[in-house]
Design a protein around this ligand. Structure first.
Ligand code: NAD
Length: 484
């Protein structure tokens, strides 16, 4: 007797329950050996007053079973509700989000018939750290955090994925021409790790033109590895241009723990109407079957699904008179797939999964660097004066604030240097970054910085935050102002 794999399942919100029911029916009919533990997450839990959207007992189920099949959920707007998707991905360390986007031409209408790419999105860091502050009357801030271990894990995962699934090329998409430290770190790690995989081609594009090429000529890409926000946006574009956002599934992979879902949301306007396409969640579930070692069942489901698609049995989102034979509801689509279990596609390539598709990463090593503090950026809210001379008025006042040899070096407003030698045309908000360093830029201590802050505070300025300026292994590790 075969042993069932325990998994946690959440039916979610909106179209979630309909597409989950359809997916589980198909898995069962194909002989998936699953022992299902159902949990409730999302809107109902949020609206009971739990701002996390998940009960403690549900965490127990997730940590016990370590495999999660999740339907989309609705995050209520406003009211301090945290995105549960982001919370689950980060709490469980699901660092890699794997999103295959494939076109099924000519059976599903698309302008991109040769598209077959996989987006591997970093899943835990970037602007999704969710650390935001209103700092002044006029300025809000969101922190972008990129770590070396985070980059190493996701980039290595992308190359290992390419090897395991017979893909030829990995492309890095980031914006390191602007964000030289954060996106620059990702690109640097990409180059380092690419050198360890000479059997796989690699290249790099700046994300804006890279995204444009995804939308225009997606067939030039194979595996794309990118940061969290870019990956989120590009994968929706990529899924949509295959024919429908309802066609893409995704795996969220951690160390010995994983979550599988559709890439789309809960689609409230079509909820409860039995019209949603369950394919995204089904393709996510197929990735789950491969992950838990039920590759043969995964093959059966995938091939039956391909056969259904090429037979022209389509839900409303992909229905097209020219290419479809029948428009079906969610439940009818599930029945059509079930009817075809055991059949192979006749036009599409038959899918086969190896049992060695599993990806195991080596442990990321921690690194120690020699750090020295060489100054401080003190951020101020200041709006006392008006007119084009404001930067000079502020600069002259701050030039009198000095402690332990730390002196004002420059002031920027929204990242642009406005003192000394600003332009009258430059628009300034009430948010000023004031850089203090020793004349010879030699190291300082935190105690020196605290003394300087006391001087600035006594002079009547409103300090909103500070950032230490550091060198790591002797290398300047902060962005310079224009002309610095
Ligand atoms: P959405 O993906 O729910 O819908 C976007 C569009 O695609 C809509 O027109 C919708 O009808 C259509 N669509 C989506 N899935 C479909 C399917 N399976 N079949 C047919 N059509 C489909 O995005 P949204 O409207 O921006 O978000 C709605 C809610 O979903 C929000 O509360 C959002 O926070 C949430 N959301 C959840 C997840 C998740 O749980 N992983 C992901 C994204 C958005």
């Amino acid at each position: 007797m075969s042993k069932k794999t325990p998994i946690t399942v959440a039916y979610g919100d909106g179209i979630g329950p309909e597409i989950m029911k359809a997916t589980l029916q198909i898995l069962e009919a194909a002989g998936a050996e699953l022992d299902i533990d159902e949990i409730e997450i999302g809107e109902k839990v949020y609206l009971k007053g739990n701002t996390a959207g998940i009960e403690p007992s549900s965490w127990d189920s997730l940590r016990r079973n370590r495999i999660f099949l999740k339907a989309p959920i609705t995050t209520p707007q406003g009211g301090g509700f945290k995105s549960l998707n982001v919370t689950i991905r980060k709490t469980l360390g699901l660092y890699a989000n794997v999103r295959p986007c494939i076109s099924y031409s000519p059976y599903i209408t698309t302008k991109h018939p040769k598209m077959d790419l996989v987006i591997i999105r970093e899943n835990e860091e970037d602007l999704y750290a969710g650390i935001e502050h209103q700092q002044t009357d006029e300025v809000t801030q969101c922190l972008k955090l990129i770590s070396r271990p985070g980059c190493e894990k996701i980039v290595r995962y992308a190359f290992e994925y390419a090897r395991a699934y017979g893909r030829k090329k990995v492309t890095c998409l980031v914006k390191d021409n602007i964000m030289k430290l954060t996106d620059g770190l990702f690109h640097q790690v990409f180059n380092e790790i690419a050198a360890e995989y000479p059997d796989i081609e690699h290249d790099h594009w700046i994300v804006d033109i890279g995204a444009a090429r995804v939308a225009d000529t997606p067939e030039i890409f194979d595996v794309i590895v990118t940061l969290n926000l870019y990956g989120d946006i590009i994968s929706d574009i990529a899924a949509q241009i295959t024919g429908s956002v309802g066609l893409a599934g995704s795996a969220n992979i951690g160390d010995g723990i994983a979550m599988f879902e559709a890439i789309h949301g809960s689609a409230p306007p079509i909820a409860g109407q039995n019209v949603a396409n369950p394919s995204g969640l089904l393709l996510g579930a197929i990735q789950m079957l491969v992950y838990i070692g039920q590759s043969k069942v995964a093959e059966k489901v995938h091939n039956a699904w391909l056969r259904t698609i090429e037979d022209g049995v389509h839900t409303a989102d992909i229905y097209c008179e020219a290419t479809s034979t029948q428009q079906v509801t969610t439940s009818e689509f599930a029945e059509a797939v079930i009817k075809r279990i055991g059949q192979a596609p006749e036009k599409f390539k038959v899918v086969s999964y190896d049992s060695d598709n599993a990806i195991k990463l080596q442990e990321v090593k921690t690194r120690k660097m020699k750090k020295e503090i060489v100054g401080v950026d003190i951020f101020l809210q200041w709006s006392e004066k008006s007119g084009e001379k404001r930067p000079a008025i502020l600069g002259d006042a701050l030039a009198k604030c000095e402690a332990e040899g730390l002196k004002l070096k420059m002031i920027t407003n929204r990242g642009l240097k406005v003192y000394p030698d600003g332009f009258p045309e430059t628009f300034c908000t009430d948010h000023w970054r004031c850089r203090f360093q020793k004349i010879d830029e030699t190291p300082v201590s935190n105690a020196d910085i605290i003394q300087l802050m006391q001087v600035v505070d006594k002079a009547g300025f409103d300090i909103i935050k500070t950032e230490n300026l550091c060198t790591f292994d002797g290398k300047i590790s902060y962005s310079l102002g224009q002309g610095q």
